[in-house]
Structure formats: structure tokens, C-alpha cells
Design a protein around this ligand. Sequence first.
Ligand code: PEP
Ligand code: MG
Length: 587
Amino acid sequence: MVLERSKNLCLSGVPASPGIAIGLARVTDRARVAVSEHAVKPEAVPAEITRLLEAISEAKEELLLIKNHLEKESGSEHLYILDTHLMILEDPMLTSETVSCIKTQLINAEGSLRRTLLKFREFFNAIEDEYLRERGSDVDIVGERILRKMVGFQQEPLPQLDSKVIIIAHDLSPTDVLQIDKSKVIAFVTDLGGKTSHTAILARALGIPAVVGLESATAEIISDDSIIIDGATGTVVINPSDESFRNYLSRKQRYEYFCQEYVKFRDLPAETVDGHRIRLKGNLEFIEEVPALKEHGGEGVGLYRTEMLYMNRSTLPDEEEQFEAYLSMCRKVAPFPVSIRTLDVGGDKFVPELNLADELNPALGLRAIRLSLRNIETFKPQVRAILRASAFGEIRMFFPMISGVSEIREVKRIISEVKYELRSQGITYDDSIKIGIMIEIPSAVLVADQLAKEVDFFSVGTNDLIQYTLAIDRTNEHLSHLYQPLNPAIIRSLQIVADAAHQAGIEACICGEMAGEPQYLPILLGLGFDELSMTPPSIPRVKEILRRCSLTEAKKLTAKILEAETAEAVESILKSELTAHFSEGFD
Ligand code: PEP
Ligand code: MG
């Protein structure tokens, strides 16, 4: 009997990596191991512990084999993820919790390990920060590998692909993604996973469209179903209707056309029709994003968020590890510069190793530079690592959430101390390294003229500046209509910052989301910003608009906009200007 397949069924998941793919599904069974939990007699406890330890060591051997193989086949670019899994395998907590469960609860090794994994899962699930929460999936993946060894379960091998397919799986580990034949996989879809899982990060780094966290993908889709996936919206259409197919095909063609068109701008200067040059750079969190930065024509890294170095782990990174990370980033981005921002955690960005207390008002709490100045023992190694890396390429160092002059003076005092220590140890660094601050608190705007005398550049964090100026929680969806980048208070703040910087002869940059929105470009240009830093895929689009703008016109527009009294009025002036000058390009 042939079952009628559902037609044009739309599923909605987490958009993990942009791009539209249309093709046939290949469902791969990456099912979890079924384990039974049962009681054991006290005399069987040593044997159960031995089984556990042997399985851990076999899992480690297997992972090392895969790593060596991949290293030979495809180089070491993404293999740091496997190192993370090896670290989890060696985590004493995982072993000791499980051993203790075997001993005290008298439960077999598999059951005890499942219980430990569940405990870890609950711990991770309770974490508010999405990136850190997703690290729970790495622990799950490692746990599965150990369980497979214990029960002798051979996972179905990844399919040998002879044609291009869309992989559908309950879950795909980063190891799976690294091992799969990427010339044949046009997209993938998984039941599990979040936007910041390593699998999703890898998909973005490799440019493979992906939708994750669909929950029921493997239940709804069978191999050879026709599938459409839109990795930007998280939509998956199963056996699309003709209309749906035509619609997505034209979207796909348009998307690819624009990608190709914009890439043409990669090597053209970021300059207006009247010859005014600004710099367009990328905001990066991982070294894996450097190829995307270069592909999109970024002239360096305007914001390297160092938080991720601290978040994906159970211990804090030491100076050496940070030095290595900054050095690799700097070498990979060369000949362009990298602006490294020191740790911006606290508030909703959670690092358990820092033992932060719960706060009633985390957005206004002990976070960013305040935390660094409180924890000098973690701040100094970071400053040392950045300074040491500065001997090997163009690095700039800047600090998040500076609220006033005394704070930056305190930071500069610490930098001088660290420089002195390095000098007395004969360690080289760039003595003329540029020092900057994020402008993201209204008090910093109000004293921007004084702050400008203290540093070499300003970088406006519009995400937080809008939040703090308008008193709108940037994560509260009920207030999103009040989160207004075009509010006159924001435009005026930007003007104050740019003017103060230029009067003092320093650079004015922006690295908040506003910088990557093409429709705001004429205003930011008219206000005189020297550098805009954004997610790399936004660079060609902003550059394309910039190359159609004139500085003189942008200044006139900005003067008009600075007179407007409401966000709606600003929007309307901007809209009519954009419609008059840019008949296309803003859809
Ligand atoms: C900002 O606040 O605009 C910014 C770039 O920093 P983050 O988003 O990391 O807080
Ligand atoms: Mg910020």
C-alpha cells in the first residue's frame, strides 16, 4: 500500500543558517541509544564502574581517531569543537557524579550516566543566556557517545551520498557535520538544536542553509520527499505545491542574485559618489567567521566580542589561551586590524566560573567593565594577552560600558601597570596600541568631550545606547515598538558623540546593529562617523548604498533630521529621501 504523502506542509523551526535550498530529503537515523536502568547488587558496583571508565576511554579514542582523520583530510579549521567534546569527556564531574550514582543508588552504569546527563541538562536549561544554554547539547552529544560504547550500539553510518540532498536528522553533532560530504549536502534540518549550538555555528561558517529545533522533522519527513528550506526564516515546506515551489524558487534566485551582486562590491572602496571614504568592518565572535568577513569585503574587525572565549567552558581561559586566540584572530584578519573588546559579561551574559550573584536589575548591575574592574585577577590576564598579541599585528583594545572619565582612567592605570610588567619581563607589545571605549551609556554621551581626551577612538554600541537612553529593555518583546533607533534622542546622542570625537581629533565608530542597517546609512554618514562595524553579510549591502550616497546630500538630510521632534517625523523625512534617491535596494 502506498501512503499519500502530505502536500505543502509547512513547519517552523529555528533559523540557524541563511539561504534557501530546494531538493530531496535524506532522512538519516541519528537516533539516541535506548538504555535501560536497573538496580545492581553491591558486589557488582566495581564492574559497573570499570564498564563506565572503559567506555569513556573508548569514546575518547574514537573521537581522537576522527579528529586525526579530519585533520589530515580537511585541515584543522573547525576541529576546536572536537577539542571541546574531548574536554567534556575528561571532565571529572561527569565521571564522579556517575560513579557516585552507581555506588550510592546501586544503579547500573548506563542508567547512572543517563541520570547524570539529565542533571547536567537541567542545569544548562535553567541558564538564561542562549549561547551557554546550548552548551548543554555538547554534553548530551558526548554522553551519547559514551552510552553507545557501553551498550555496544553502532550508530548508523552517515549516508554515502551520490546526489545532492537535504539531510534530515533528529540531531546532528558537529562531528557529523564535519564528517559529512559537504559537496553533496545542500542544507540540513534537525529536530533538536538552537541557533547557537555548535552545529548551527558550523553551518553558518560553512555557508550551508539550516533550520534546527523543528521537533517533528524526522516524524513528518521521509527520504525522497521534496523539501524547501528557508534558513533565514526557519521555514521548512514538505512536498510543496506548485505555487509554493515557484514562489520559493523565485526567492532563491533573487537571494542568490543579490548575494552575487553584493559580492561584486567586495573589492570596491567604501566611498561615496563625492569621494568620502569610511571603513566598513565586521563584528565577530569566532575565528570561523573570518572567511565570511573576507568574502564580504570587511576591512578588519571592528568588534571582536571576547565573551565566547569565557562562555563555552567550565574553567576560565588563562592568559596563554587568550593570547593564542587573539593572535590567531589577528593573523587571520591581517593585513586588516582587529579591535578587541574586553569581557562584556554580567547581566544576561552568564559565566558560572565568575560566581556572579543574582541581581534584581541585571542590566544595571555588576557587568562589563564594572565587573572587570572588580575582578582584576581576571581582567589583567586579558589585558596582558591583548597587549602581547599586539606585537604581532594591528590590534586595538576597547572597553564596554564605560560610564565616565574616572572609569577609563582606572582602566588606563591598569594598562600602564600591565605594560610595565611586560617591559620588565622583556615581553614585547605595541606601545602605541590604540585604546578606545564603547559609548553605550547616556552618561558617556553627556561627557563625550571629556572622554574624547582620554582615548584614541569611540565605538558606539547602539544596542545598549538605545536601551539605556530610552529605558527600554532590549530583550522585552512587549516593548519592541518603543525601541526606536530613529528617536530624536538617539540621533542627537550620536551627533554629540561624533562631534566630540572629531573636535578632539579621534575616530568615531559604530558597532551596534544600527551600523548594519542600510536605511540608517545616510544619517550615520551625515553625522560624520568614520567607521561602521556590522555582521559580515551586511557589509556588501551597506557598501552598495554608500557608493550611491553623496556626503553633501547626507549632511543636508541629517541637518533636516536633527530638527525633527519625533521618531515618526524622522522616519518620514528619511523615507521620502530614500524613495527620491534610491528607487530600489531597500526592499
Ligand atoms: C551594543 O550594545 O550595541 C554592542 C555592540 O554590544 P553588545 O551587543 O555586545 O552588548
Ligand atoms: Mg553593548
